[in-house]
Design a protein around this ligand. Structure first.
Ligand code: SF4
Ligand code: SF4
Length: 101
């Protein structure tokens, strides 16, 4: 997607990253999470769950931005995302815990 206006601080904005968790036994294979993920992170698994449905699988884990949309749209509470904490800046390490070089 090409934007006609870009924020002045766009290079400083840190995009959050997420880990997707799928509770396969709850899934009914409706595919909503796959169809509506804005980053196209998910796809249908060829495997069957205990109910006989194809659950989603994470095909592009590095592209998840932890937007929680899959979590919001899932009718069966079968998927959610967790934030990967950003790297701590070096200054965040207290001197008494710093390792000697
Ligand atoms: S949290 Fe957002 S980007 Fe990540 S898999 Fe769900 S819908 Fe896609
Ligand atoms: S929206 Fe929920 S029930 Fe539907 S395929 Fe995704 S995880 Fe399964």
């Amino acid at each position: 997607m090409k934007y006609w206006r870009v924020p002045l601080d766009s290079k400083e904005i840190e995009v959050s990253r997420g880990i997707v968790v799928i509770v396969e036994e709850r899934c009914k294979g409706c595919g909503y999470c796959i169809a509506y993920c804005p980053r196209n992170v998910l796809e249908l698994s060829p495997r069957y769950n205990v109910k006989g449905y194809h659950p989603p699988l994470v095909k592009k884990p590095d592209d998840c931005v932890n937007c929680h949309y899959c979590e919001t749209i899932c009718p069966d509470f079968a998927i959610y995302s967790l934030e990967i904490p950003p790297e701590l800046p070096e200054q965040a390490v207290l001197p008494e815990f710093a390792t000697e070089a």
